[in-house]
Design a binder for this molecule. Structure first.
Ligand SMILES: Cc1cc2nc3c(=O)[nH]c(=O)nc-3n(C[C@H](O)[C@H](O)[C@H](O)COP(=O)(O)O)c2cc1C
Length: 448
């Protein structure tokens, strides 16, 4: 399989689907906007593999045949006859599940027992039984096979972002002492078995990638790791988590993998992945929206309303966050250690100079926020070889990140719209349009 160019849209998830996880016209039009903008391919958000997991609400699922059929119906409009490749990312968030309609025990499932004040809504995470682990392997394989049947060009297994497989790989989260934890080999076992089952399900001639964190940085930023137990501060190994050499060792053992999509850090959001600001006000909205789900979520929301000026809270929660460009080094190192593996580098790419740097060592570059800010960025680069003016670039305020589970997807930095909320809203609505119905084209569009 080939790509029209080496620039991809990275995974972007949000409330674009039906409550049962079937994709909608809004989902299709959101994705299509990037395809129209000239990207060579799109990696989807994580489609849930587990049919009980309906959360966050309105995120996509591929846990049943019905989900597959809805996807199959809409994919061709995004792929545009092969011009834009579409890779379906599949996974299970385990205990980092962000929200839910009701509190569900299974949203706290993980590699082992523990606590995490920042990620997930459940007060505690719980060790999965061997049967639950086996079931998850089967679910990943079935989901991969459905993605192929739906007409996707490939699948990507989420082994990063603090999702379930990452929870097994990460030595600070996986404290098991059975066949699934306790040593480097055993922590790798879930990913290994998922990969084997997925390859067996999709066959040899189908693209299979892995979204892998280049390094865990367990204790960074301190604030996010502070409320995690067992604490990453108790030993150096736990503080660091897997480093890039450990991840390279895992990558060398992966069987049947065509590419790595490299991300950085543990959990979403974290500053190694989405470099920039911690979007305090948006995260507070998110905390408020899930405060009813557990005592932890209630406390977290209450703390976010601590009686201090918002500026002070913003400053405090931004400790350890900055706009530095961190993940390139990790992707380069993985490429160096695995020269025959296709490596997609990701994180803060936007300018031509940064893209050149990324493409110098890695095979493809993927972008998320830069394209939400300017969906036509790639066409502009390919046709005019010119950077977008600084005033139009993504400011890495990460408000889009903070709002993913509470609001329609789009850019929420009003400064990029000359301070006009109505212009910002109109752009957000462009991202969230259903298909037009007859007669609609006669009406004046709000942004016309
Ligand atoms: C609004 C938003 C939603 C995201 N959703 C996902 C997701 O569902 N799965 C995933 O692996 N990454 C997700 N990401 C992370 C991006 O794929 C990417 O790793 C990150 O934004 C860094 O790349 P960038 O600097 O080009 O934005 C999301 C990012 C944003 C901004």
């Amino acid at each position: 399989m080939s790509f029209g160019n080496r620039l991809l849209r990275s995974s972007v998830g949000g409330r674009t689907c039906n409550y049962d996880g079937t994709v909608t016209d809004v989902w299709k039009n959101f994705e299509k906007r990037f395809a129209d903008g000239g990207v060579g391919g799109i990696v989807s958000t994580t489609f849930h593999v587990n049919k009980e997991r309906l959360s966050p609400p309105q995120y996509p699922s591929i846990a049943t045949r019905r989900h597959m059929l809805h996807l199959k119906q809409r994919l061709p409009e995004i792929q545009q006859g092969g011009r834009c490749r579409y890779i379906v990312q599949i996974g299970d968030p385990g205990y980092v599940t962000y929200s839910s309609l009701f509190s569900e025990d299974q949203d706290g499932l993980s590699s082992s027992d523990g606590r995490d004040f920042a990620f997930g809504y459940n007060s505690r995470r719980h060790a999965m039984s061997p049967q639950q682990i086996e079931r998850s392997i089967t679910e990943h394989a079935a989901a991969a096979s459905r993605a192929r049947e739906a007409g996707a060009d490939g699948i990507e297994i989420t082994a990063g972002k603090g999702y379930l497989i990452h929870q097994f790989l990460n030595p600070a989260i996986n404290r098991r002492q059975d066949d699934w934890g306790g040593s480097e080999d055993k922590r790798f076992r879930l990913l290994d078995e998922v990969l084997k089952a997925v390859r067996a399900a999709v066959g040899k001639d189908f693209l299979v990638g892995v979204r892998l964190s280049g390094a865990d940085f367990n204790a960074s930023p301190l604030l996010l790791s502070f409320g995690r137990w067992p604490s990453p501060l108790v030993s150096t190994a736990m503080r660091r988590g897997n480093d890039v050499d450990q991840m390279a060792r895992y990558a060398k053992r992966m069987q049947g993998v065509d590419y790595l999509h490299v991300v950085a850090g543990y959990g979403f959001p974290n500053p190694h992945d989405v470099a920039g600001a911690f979007p305090f006000q948006e995260i507070r909205i998110f905390f408020d929206s899930v405060r009813h789900l557990s005592s932890k979520a209630g406390w977290r929301a209450a703390l976010a309303h601590f009686p201090l000026p918002v500026r002070a809270l913003h400053w405090f929660t931004n400790l350890g966050w900055n706009p530095a460009f961190r993940s390139l080094g990790l992707a380069n190192e993985l490429k160096k250690q695995l020269p025959s593996m296709m490596v997609i580098t990701n994180g803060s790419y936007e300018t031509l100079e940064s893209l050149d740097k990324g493409l110098e060592h890695c095979d493809l570059v993927s972008m998320a926020r830069a394209l939400i800010a300017n969906p036509d960025l790639i066409s502009a680069y390919l046709n005019h070889d010119k950077d977008v003016p600084e005033t139009k670039r993504c400011t890495r305020c990460n408000r889009c990140v903070g709002r993913t589970t509470t609001s329609p997807l789009g850019c929420y930095d009003v400064s990029r719209f000359g301070g006009s909320h109505s212009r910002m809203l109109s752009e957000i609505m462009k991202w969230n349009r259903p298909d037009r119905v007859p007669g609609e084209e006669d009406e004046q569009q709000p942004d016309a």
